[in-house]
Design a protein around this ligand. Sequence first.
Ligand code: PLP
Length: 236
Amino acid sequence: MLSDDQITANLEDVRARVAHAAAAADREPDEITLLLATKTMPADRVAAAIRAGARVIGENKVQELAEKDGLLADLPCERHFIGHLQTNKVNQVLRYVSCVQSVDRIELADRMQHRLETLDRTVDVLIQVNVSGEDSKSGVSPTDAPDIAREIARRDRLRITGLMTIGLRSDDPEAIRPGYRSLRTTAERIADDDLDGVGMTVLSMGMSADLHVAIAEGATMVRVGSGVFGARPQAH
Ligand SMILES: *Cc1c(COP(=O)(O)O)cnc(C)c1O
């Protein structure tokens, strides 16, 4: 595990990379939100990142949200869900997060709507799009995304604020780029439909290794884990 000082230094370093990538793309760094992907990291390491200035974190597992809640609930930080969400975990996840980035099917949207009616609240959602077409990845196809957005928009407790994708698994940034571009053009197509209750302001794409490519292609949120917390244990 990294020390507080190492986490602070890494966070500075990632912020500098974001600023550099933004400048190279003629964009302002504050157009880009940094989300820390905290899977496998203990709550005290996440708390160290929040003390160092992190304001948005993303968890992949309900169990980790629950385990870390005691330490993190009162800290000045938004929590998002960024992992595959099983329908039977919806109630638990909604206890902790203000945004679910991984909405990828109507059945899931229905369960969320139902629970949110009971709670009398709303939640922000991103539609997860599988831009690379890899079988291992969740997400709707770019082709189906506009119809699914239209359908999910009918659930009034879900506020669609944009799209999320996990890029192609590759060491070559140029191989990853077309997928990120496809997420942006998909968002533009959905925005053109001008649906009630749908904003397309958030493009959540890019991770530690490829955030510069994502920012060049229009990312408004990058999700960084190992770049701040160091390498994760292999088994995960
Ligand atoms: C782990 C994870 C990230 C961050 O990956 P790093 O390579 O550690 O930066 C981003 N998005 C999702 C959905 C993740 O699961």
